[in-house]
Design a protein around this ligand. Structure first.
Ligand SMILES: O=C(O)c1ccccc1NCC(=O)[C@H](O)[C@H](O)COP(=O)(O)O
Length: 212
């Protein structure tokens, strides 16, 4: 189970997530988000996560998350700050993904079934599809019975309203290849809680063992 902890702005939280075995850390750079990170915060999270993951065989993916920035501009920002991956979140098109990939090869698409009912993994040529609730970063749960596993394929990532106490049930219900969390590991909007990060990663990992 691929585990991404999103919305980090503090290097210590990047290091913690990586040391606990997270597969990816996300940094949101989106005006209006309570998690909107400055470039220097992004650089610090990237460096801390990579240092803490340096002994892992698989390393860690550092992900820049944007929602309204034009795709090419976002890709240049991701490349210049040294992220591994750009996550284009929301109403981006096939053309946007292709434009971003000309700048940074690893581009993920994140979208909601509320806006794209026919969502299909890989349809825009993205490396990974993240299927989210209607409002990114809101912490709102959504009806997972809308998901069609046949359509989505194997490596998609589930997001939206996940938390330590519900992630195992969500994995059992939806069979994603990965899970992503932001609000569910916070004590207040934008304020990550180290204990909740630990609990979330443990619950996702435990679920993987249980399902094996
Ligand atoms: O987290 C945000 O504030 C955000 C703002 C704008 C675009 C994307 C954003 N987050 C993207 C993520 O990948 C979140 O982790 C995902 O939406 C799940 O959020 P949550 O329901 O809070 O766990």
């Amino acid at each position: 189970m691929y585990v991404k902890i999103c919305g980090l702005r503090d290097a210590a939280h990047g290091a913690l997530a990586a040391s606990l075995g997270a597969d990816a850390v996300g940094v949101v750079m989106s005006e209006g988000s309570p998690r909107n990170a400055r470039p220097e915060e992004a650089l610090a999270v990237i460096a801390a996560a990579r240092a803490a993951a340096s002994t892992h065989a698989t390393g860690i993916d550092t992900v820049l998350v944007v929602s309204r920035t034009p795709a090419r501009e976002a890709a240049e920002l991701a490349r210049d700050l040294g992220f591994d991956v750009l996550q284009l979140h929301g109403r981006y098109s096939h053309t946007d993904i292709a434009a971003a990939q000309r700048v940074i090869p690893r581009v993920w698409r994140a979208a909601s079934l509320a806006h794209f009912p026919e969502l299909r993994a890989g349809e825009f040529g993205e490396e990974r599809l993240l299927v989210d609730g209607a409002v990114p970063g809101s912490g709102e749960t959504w009806d997972l019975s809308q998901l069609d596993p046949q359509r989505l394929g194997a490596s998609w990532v589930l997001a939206g309203g996940l938390a330590p106490e519900n992630v195992a049930a969500a994995i059992r219900a939806a069979h994603p290849g990965g899970v992503d969390v932001s609000s569910g590991v916070e004590s207040a909007p934008g304020l990550k809680d180290p204990e909740l990060i630990r609990q979330f990663i443990a619950a996702a990992r435990q679920s993987q063992v249980t399902n094996a």
